[in-house]
Design a protein around this ligand. Structure first.
Ligand code: ITT
Ligand code: NA
Length: 215
C-alpha cells in the first residue's frame, strides 16, 4: 500500500490509472507546508519527508508545473498559484502575445519510506513508455536518483513532456490541460490512459513503478 499525499483529485486519478495493477494507492489529504523554491524536486522532497514523518508509512508526493519557454519558464513552480489567481485563460493570453508558444509540463515524484536507498540496485533495461526519449533524458539529467545526505533519504523520479499552448479545447483532465497541446491534441481532449501514455506524470510514474516493483 502506498500513500499519495495530494489534494489534487486529477493527480490521484492518473496515479491510480497508472499504478492500479501494481499498488494500492490511497490518498493522504495531508497539507504539508509547500516550501517556495525554484526547483520542483526540492519542493516534492521536502513534502515527502514531512508526510513520511507524519504517517510513518511509505509515501509519494508529486509536484508538477507548466513551463512556458517564452515566459522564461513561468509559471513553473508557481503553477498552482497562477492557476488560482490568474486562471488558465489568462495564462493562455500571456502566451498568445508571444510568437513562440512552446511549453512543457514537468513532474517530480518523491518517494520516502524512511529507508536508505543507497543499497538498492538501479533497474536495468528501462522500458520506455511514450516517445521522445531524448527529451526525457534531457529532463532526467538534472535531478535523477537523488539521495540526500544527512536527512531522510528521498528517491526522485522525473518526467517531462513538450508541447504548445493553444486556446482552450476539451473537457477532460484538470488544471492547464485545455490549453496544453501535444502532437495536435490537447491534454483535455485525451482520456486518462491516453494522457498517461505521453504526459510528464505518466513518464515519472513509469520510472517510479518500475523501481517500486523491484522493491
Ligand atoms: P498537491 O500539491 O496537493 O498535490 P496541487 O494542485 O497544488 O496539488 P502542485 O503544487 O504540484 O499541485 O501544482 C501543480 C500545478 O500545475 C497545478 O496548478 C496543476 O493544476 C497544474 N498541473 C500539474 N499537472 C498538470 C496536468 O497534468 N495537467 C494540467 N495541469 C497540471
Ligand atoms: Na500544491
Amino acid at each position: 500500500m502506498l500513500r499519495f499525499v495530494t489534494t489534487n483529485e486529477g493527480k490521484l486519478r492518473e496515479a491510480r490509472e497508472y499504478l492500479g495493477a501494481d499498488a494500492e494507492v490511497r490518498q493522504l489529504d495531508f497539507d504539508t507546508t509547500e516550501i517556495q523554491a525554484d526547483d520542483i524536486a526540492a519542493v516534492a522532497a521536502h513534502s515527502a519527508r514531512q508526510a513520511y514523518r507524519h504517517v510513518d508509512e511509505p509515501v509519494i508526493v508529486e509536484d508538477s508545473g507548466l513551463f512556458v519557454d517564452a515566459l522564461d519558464g513561468f509559471p513553473g513552480p508557481y503553477s498552482a498559484y497562477a492557476e488560482d489567481t490568474l486562471g488558465i485563460e489568462r495564462v493562455w493570453k500571456l502566451a498568445e502575445m508571444e510568437s513562440d508558444r512552446s511549453a512543457s509540463f514537468r513532474s517530480v515524484i518523491a518517494y520516502c519510506d524512511g529507508e536508505d536507498f543507497a543499497a538498492t540496485p538501479e533497474p536495468v533495461n528501462r522500458e520506455r513508455r511514450g516517445q521522445d526519449q531524448a527529451a526525457d533524458e534531457r529532463a532526467t539529467a538534472t535531478t535523477d536518483d537523488q539521495v540526500q545526505e544527512g536527512d531522510l533519504p528521498v528517491k526522485i523520479f522525473e518526467g517531462y513532456v513538450p508541447g504548445e499552448l493553444v486556446a482552450p479545447r476539451g473537457e477532460g483532465g484538470f488544471g492547464y490541460d485545455p490549453i496544453f497541446e501535444h502532437d495536435g491534441t490537447t491534454f483535455a481532449e485525451m482520456d486518462a490512459a491516453e494522457k498517461n501514455a505521453v504526459s510528464h506524470r505518466g513518464r515519472a510514474l513509469a520510472k517510479f513503478a518500475e523501481w517500486f516493483q523491484e522493491r
